[in-house]
Design a protein around this ligand. Structure first.
Ligand code: FAD
Length: 448
């Protein structure tokens, strides 16, 4: 238990369970903004649909190479997942190495893992060389094990990662766990030092700033409603009128709508929710997150969590099985998860609870692919802070005909269509309930 002085304890006595605001904590420092309305140019070299990380990261090299580029977003730029996420620079892949080998062969599996390392290195270098002010810190990530069997497996994985890719990663036994995280909930864990955290909305705002400076035209609140190919030209219908373009790139990820029906049948949007605590006393933060690392775990519906960049509060996220409105239950579930990890936060006040869409596909791998001349960079499966800018830029190089720079292990067949699915993920609540059951069973087995 942490030691708190009486004056420090006072703000944590409010037992209100729900949060004060339903907007992202990140928007306090970097609110998403409407942009001034831009005149519509009816002829562009490239049209990009979606002004999140992927779309803007693609627009930047295209504009710098002299292409005329218009980016359309149905919302404010960044109002999708790119200003709502946890800011953990994970660049990880959901399927484990063994699964990748089974599905794609050892060579592709190794190429995919190696690309994560390259993409993270590129990303950190990009932030530095472009001078992006986004609170980035390479803190490392601690992943907790639910039981000792899981710990053994994770420890072997950390060793393999170090050997295979030269990534600084190691196991933390239960006895040393509290040097990393103030909880007895896990049975040890692993650390990898190539992952850190940033302020996601500041990062997006900075990406937008340099894209605009490079000459990219961004149309906010201007949905693309249809795309049609006529020989070598695409006709893009938007809420502001029709634009002709030589090339089209779709970067709509978890917000994909009827304007991209081929993609919509292949990506299932799933809500991911985050909560932010009130500011906690410095002694509590030092006890709970002594190294200010990013945190994760190995449950199907595992939580990801971190200190805010100023180190004063905890932000925790996880899946949200709701589909409409903004119900209370998902916030209460995250709050209960937070308190299970850190019982001393029982009375903590939440200042923010918000959600955004991530995009899942059937094999849980991001993709860069082309279909009928339209290029798609998408499918980040909840891990896009590194992958989205990375694949956005690979897509740009592809459009520029720069073969070497465009190369990526994720450039292969499109994701498979989801059977009987046309954009209404009615089955997701049931799938999430199934995962929750698997997690309860795994916890029961681990702790029996
Ligand atoms: C709560 C939450 C927490 C997350 N945490 C992490 C994390 O810690 N680490 C990590 O790596 N990843 C995380 N992610 C995932 C990450 O945020 C995304 O993978 C990434 O932001 C995807 O970027 P994007 O540009 O592809 O998509 P988005 O940022 O979602 O942008 C897509 C845009 O397309 C626009 N659009 C859609 N259809 C149209 C249309 N017809 N016309 C015009 N515009 C259209 C939308 O308005 C939207 O702005 C998280 C996501 C969420 C929601």
């Amino acid at each position: 238990m942490c030691a708190m002085t009486p004056s420090e304890e006072a703000p944590m006595r409010n037992h209100s369970k729900l949060a004060e605001k339903s907007t992202p904590y990140w928007w306090e420092a970097a609110p998403v903004q409407p942009l001034p309305r831009q005149p519509l140019h009816t002829r562009q070299d490239v049209v990009i649909v979606g002004a999140g990380y992927t779309g803007l990261a693609a627009a930047l090299p295209l504009a710098r190479a002299g292409r005329s580029v218009a980016v359309f977003d149905a919302l404010n730029p960044g109002e999708g997942a790119s200003s709502r996420n946890g800011g953990i620079t994970s660049g990880s892949i959901r399927p484990g190495f063994a699964t990748l080998v089974r599905h794609f062969g050892e060579q592709t599996a190794l190429a995919i893992e190696a690309e994560g390392k390259t993409a993270r290195a590129f990303f950190y270098d990009f932030i530095r060389t472009e001078g992006l002010d986004c609170d980035f810190a390479l803190t490392g990530l601690f992943k907790g094990a639910l039981g000792f069997d899981q710990y053994d497996e994770m420890a072997r994985g950390a060793e393999a990662l170090a050997k295979r890719l030269g990534i600084e990663s190691y196991a933390v036994p239960y006895a040393d766990q509290r040097d990393y995280i103030g909880t007895g909930f896990y049975r040890g864990g692993t650390v990898r030092m190539d992952i850190g955290g940033l302020h996601p909305a500041k990062f997006h705002a900075e990406l937008l700033r340099i894209a605009l400076a490079a000459g990219v035209v961004v149309h906010a609140h201007t949905p693309v409603t249809a795309m049609e190919r006529d020989g070598r030209v695409f006709r893009i219908a938007t809420a502001a009128g029709t634009v002709e373009a030589g090339q089209v790139l779709v970067c709509t990820n978890g917000y994909t709508d009827g304007a991209a029906p081929y993609l919509r049948r292949r990506l299932v949007p799933v809500r991911s929710r985050m909560i932010a605590t009130e500011e906690l006393p410095p002694a509590v933060m030092a006890h709970l997150m002594p190294r200010r690392m990013m945190m994760g775990e190995n449950r199907q519906l595992g939580f990801y969590y971190r200190p805010s960049p100023d180190g004063r509060r905890i932000l925790l996220g996880g899946r949200d099985s709701s589909r409409v409105g903004d119900p209370a239950a998902p916030t209460l579930r995250l709050r209960a998860g937070l308190v299970e990890l850190f019982p001393e936060l029982e009375g903590v006040r939440l200042t923010h609870s918000w959600f955004g869409n991530v995009a899942m596909n059937r094999d849980m791998l991001p993709r860069l692919f082309e279909r009928d001349g339209v290029v798609y960079a998408t499918g980040f499966c909840g891990s896009g802070v590194v992958w989205a800018p990375w694949l956005g830029m690979r897509a740009a190089h592809r459009l520029l005909g720069r073969e070497a720079e465009a190369r990526t292990a994720f450039d292969f067949r499109p994701p498979a269509a989801v059977p009987f699915y046309r954009g209404n993920p009615w089955f997701m609540p049931a799938i999430i309930r199934g995962y929750a059951l698997q997690d309860r069973l795994a916890m029961w087995r681990a702790h029996r």
